[in-house]
Design a protein around this ligand. Sequence first.
Ligand code: HEM
Ligand SMILES: *[C@@H]1O[C@H](CO)[C@@H](O)[C@H](O)[C@H]1NC(C)=O
Ligand SMILES: *[C@@H]1O[C@H](CO)[C@@H](O)[C@H](O)[C@H]1NC(C)=O
Ligand SMILES: *[C@@H]1O[C@H](CO)[C@@H](O)[C@H](O)[C@H]1NC(C)=O
Ligand SMILES: *[C@@H]1O[C@H](CO)[C@@H](O)[C@H](O)[C@H]1NC(C)=O
Ligand SMILES: *[C@@H]1O[C@H](CO)[C@@H](O)[C@H](O)[C@H]1NC(C)=O
Length: 332
Amino acid sequence: MANMLTVFASSLLLAIFCIRSSDALDINYYNQSCPNVESLVTVAVKKAIANDGTVPAALLRMHFHDCFIRWEQLIFLFWFDDVKGCDGSVLLNSTQQNSAEKDGPPNISLHAFYVIDRAKTAVESSCPGVVSCADILALAARDAVALSGGPNWKVPVGRKDGRISKASDTIQLPPPTANFSQLRLSFAQRGLSIADLVALSGGHTLGFAHCSSFQNRIHNFNQSADVDPSLSSSFAVGLRKICPAHNKVRSAGAGLDSTATIFDNAYFKLLLQGKSLFSSDQALLTNPRTKQLITQFASSQAKFNAEFVKSMVKMGSLKGGKEVRLDCRSVR
Ligand code: HEM
Ligand SMILES: *[C@@H]1O[C@H](CO)[C@@H](O)[C@H](O)[C@H]1NC(C)=O
Ligand SMILES: *[C@@H]1O[C@H](CO)[C@@H](O)[C@H](O)[C@H]1NC(C)=O
Ligand SMILES: *[C@@H]1O[C@H](CO)[C@@H](O)[C@H](O)[C@H]1NC(C)=O
Ligand SMILES: *[C@@H]1O[C@H](CO)[C@@H](O)[C@H](O)[C@H]1NC(C)=O
Ligand SMILES: *[C@@H]1O[C@H](CO)[C@@H](O)[C@H](O)[C@H]1NC(C)=O
């Protein structure tokens, strides 16, 4: 009897696995149905960057949020279809009945949604109703990295868009105060390893953070220290100038690394010198394996690039919804 059950359970698992792997992402997914999609997205991203240097960081972070906010959960052998992955949900506007991810607390600095809208408009006029918003965002994030001096790679596509976007789900994102075990758990829940955690944290080579995101490290750190002792003291002095204890300038903050518009490995070099912004960055030095990876990436841009690409493809394959939205901001 127990044997029968085991056989039944494993064939069910296998069946679910087969159904799921048959709709795997593929770099040639739009070859016939929308052969120009990549160049249309690239043109839209390039145009936007020419006017606004903050666009690449925004697109990269937007894709990360899209993929991380709803993750796939296996509960009693069933996947709940609407609770997972890169499904364009981060792009949805709030409605009268629903407050969307965009309006959740970690939205601070999410911006440049217009770039996805423009790319989508161009793609829709060339191949209507074919390309998902989630794919456009994944392609745009890749372009953002490549156009900032980072690696270029083929993005597996074929994602579908979801309909659910809830501000309350943004608590699923790891906070900048997270310690190593919290970060490891958050990544593991999405099938991502600690090697992925280090490589993807390298996304912090681009962009900007507001004071509130690293306030915990520079004022009232804990009962014995006002400033996080793991911060370089000269670096901390600079941050405290920009971000005083009762900071009134809401837009104040700092670049995530010293070359915040260039995709390079400076983030890892600075991290080793105590010059990272978030506790979550610093936390990567508290585990021997992740510390070793940081040292490797700090000494080799090529190694970082290669691992970043692998991990982006992995993160990007957390798949989502079931449809192709015509307007990335609304479901009909
Ligand atoms: C490991 C967990 C992570 C945490 C705790 C985290 C946290 C944060 C925080 C707090 C900010 C600043 C928000 C602000 O103050 O405006 C930020 C910015 C950013 N993050 Fe992360 N992040 C994580 C992982 C990632 C990943 C995986 C990527 C992409 C691969 C990424 C890319 C970015 C980028 C590009 C920015 C700058 C955004 C801009 O300038 O518009 N982050 N992150
Ligand atoms: C899709 O297009 C690319 C580039 O044009 C080509 O290299 C590839 O072989 C094509 N794949 C398929 C399955 O048609
Ligand atoms: C972030 O959320 C607030 C409300 O919680 C909203 O006013 C603001 O427009 C949102 N920002 C973006 C970029 O959507
Ligand atoms: C990490 O933070 C969690 C929640 O604050 C805490 O329970 C845990 O003990 C911390 N882990 C370590 C290793 O500090
Ligand atoms: C404050 O943080 C430092 C560095 O993490 C630690 O060594 C010290 O024990 C902490 N003090 C208290 C009172 O928690
Ligand atoms: C979404 O919100 C933006 C900014 O608030 C607005 O300009 C746009 O028209 C909205 N789009 C839809 C489809 O609701």
